[in-house]
Ligand binder design. Structure first.
Ligand code: SAM
Length: 315
């Protein structure tokens, strides 16, 4: 049975409050197709009946499952290619030029999905960095399901076919049965943690942030708030990389666009504009039991010093 507007409104409100993902009217088909497997897991062939059950039970596990099902986890190796070429040829060499040796680069891959992005980055850094320069990558996502997959470091043939150059497959992967597994050294460079972009940043200062193909799901105030947060964690000469369809232009005036070949990245402006009033985002960790007001609630937290936070700090 098709979702009623009331049931659709409940789902879209839940997802917006917990993730900021926007599900405007017209996305009913998406909600139905994403929730059908969950409904079936609970012995129901009908999404409407599943939503009625989830609303009445109000169990954390069910609500989380609904939000996770509505995330879009599309990703691939070296996605769009240009940023990774720019990283190798220009961004990383420029960053390092001003750093004394030995140096250590810290990178945050926010919204990393199933891991192709941070592992691609780890391959590029391994290739690009001179001796005496080490690196670590913190890779985060809202979805526990994609993080569980990412941590295994295992990918099907179909998945490795999506953008992974053959020489990198030979250098960084081992065959395990029908799958391909990232080697131990590369895996040790990436730490996966659950993190909601609506929460205070889980890192101290970093040299680069990859925030790719996730801002597209948010409304303008949320994009602004997240970009301001990113400015707060980036080193003064740090680099922000967004997805090909994303930009800071017309969103947040904190950034300077830097052209790298046919692609672009962003640096913080030397003089930061005054904090914008939209630096307020919703509280996904504490979930209101009833719909809050439109717009999102203030969420603040203590400053986070260590680059990679201890386990269990965030959920
Ligand atoms: C389309 S994928 C992008 C993956 C990768 N960055 C890339 O460009 O290939 C978007 C990811 O953002 C995550 N996401 C959505 N809302 C989020 C939020 N509020 N906090 C953290 N991650 C979120 C989703 O779970 C999903 O894995």
């Amino acid at each position: 049975m098709a979702l009623s507007s009331d049931a659709f409104g409940w789902v879209s409100d839940l997802v917006r409050r917990r993730s900021a993902i926007q599900l405007p009217v017209g996305k009913e088909y998406l909600v139905e197709s994403r929730l059908l497997p969950l409904a079936r897991q609970h012995g129901l062939n009908d999404v409407k009946a599943f939503v009625v059950m989830a609303r009445s039970r109000n169990e954390e596990r069910l609500l989380r499952g609904i939000v996770e099902a509505l995330t879009t986890n599309e990703t691939s190796w070296f996605r769009d290619n240009t940023p990774f070429v720019a990283l190798h040829q220009k961004i990383v060499p420029d960053l390092l030029a001003a750093r004394p040796r030995p140096a250590h680069l810290k990178v945050w891959s926010a919204a990393c999905s199933t891991g192709q992005e941070p592992y691609s980055l780890a391959m590029v850094l391994t290739e690009a960095l001179p001796p005496q320069v080490t690196f670590e990558i913190l890779a985060t996502d809202l979805s526990q399901q994609v993080l569980d997959r990412a941590r295994t470091g295992r990918y099907s043939q179909l998945e490795v076919n999506r953008g992974l150059p053959a020489p990198f497959m030979v250098r960084y992967f081992n065959r395990v049965g029908a799958e391909w597994e990232i080697n131990r050294t590369l895996r040790s460079r990436v730490t996966f943690r659950q993190h909601n972009l609506l929460d205070p940043a889980p890192v101290g200062k970093v040299d680069m942030v990859l925030l790719r193909n996730v801002l597209i799901y948010f409304d303008l105030p949320t994009k602004q708030a997240i970009l301001r947060r990113m400015a707060g964690v980036l080193a003064d000469d740090g680099i922000l990389l967004l997805g090909a369809a994303e930009t800071t232009i017309g969103v947040d005036a904190t950034w300077d666009r830097v052209q790298f070949g046919s692609g672009s990245a962003y640096r913080k402006l030397a003089t930061q504009p005054a904090p914008c009033s939209s630096n307020v985002v919703g509280l996904s960790g504490q979930v209101p039991t009833q719909a809050g007001p439109p717009g999102l609630a203030v969420r603040t937290g203590p400053p986070t010093a260590p680059f990679i936070p201890p386990r269990g700090g965030h959920s």
